[in-house]
Design a binder for this molecule. Sequence first.
Ligand code: IYR
Length: 221
Amino acid sequence: MAKFVPLETYIEYPLTEMKQRATDFCLEMHRRRTIREFSPRDVPKAIIRDCIATAGSAPSGANLQPWHFVAVHDQQIKQEIRLAAEKEEIEFYSTKASKAWLKALEPLGTDEHKQFLEKAPWLIAVFAEKYGINAEGEKVKHYYTPESVGLASGLLIAALHHAGLATLTHTPSPMGFLKTILHRSENERPYLLIVTGYPEQDVKVPDIQRKPIDEIVTFFD
Ligand code: IYR
């Protein structure tokens, strides 16, 4: 039986304030840039924890919250992840990637070197739970898992940015090694690796643009 409780958390803003908030948040999010050079400067665990808690507020299929986050600060584990990722990336850049894919990546200036995996203070591995396991040890079917984990990852990136940290959404392919190194169980699939910390001093970012709003939206009003 469904049980309902009063909505006590909603806040209504006057329209002028609503517009201001919408604009301010848009500007704040558009200041976010993916970076690939991180400073080794440390970031307190409590900040990472709060940002992951924000990710946990994402909507999910049947509210089953099919995600798990592994936050790595340990230098030895970060080194292991870097070595395993670079092994895959060497293959990707030398043989696996199509010419078209390499061409698409050209403006980003990426290559097989992944120093940031050791240098940044935190790596957050996002895992998608293919199915859940209940208190009786039985499998629980999950719904819209990739969509749900994508939404949680988006909120995580927004939370880290809002806190004043820079991020890189990194997808070494394949990334099965994350499951082994981080001792995750059979029902979990590595989804994304988020690198976070302070940007390296004088870091440069690719000269690329976001699509203008009128190109990404259609209104029927
Ligand atoms: N995983 C590789 C390649 C790569 C692929 C995409 I799609 C990107 O947006 C960026 C990189 C790497 O991390 O270098």
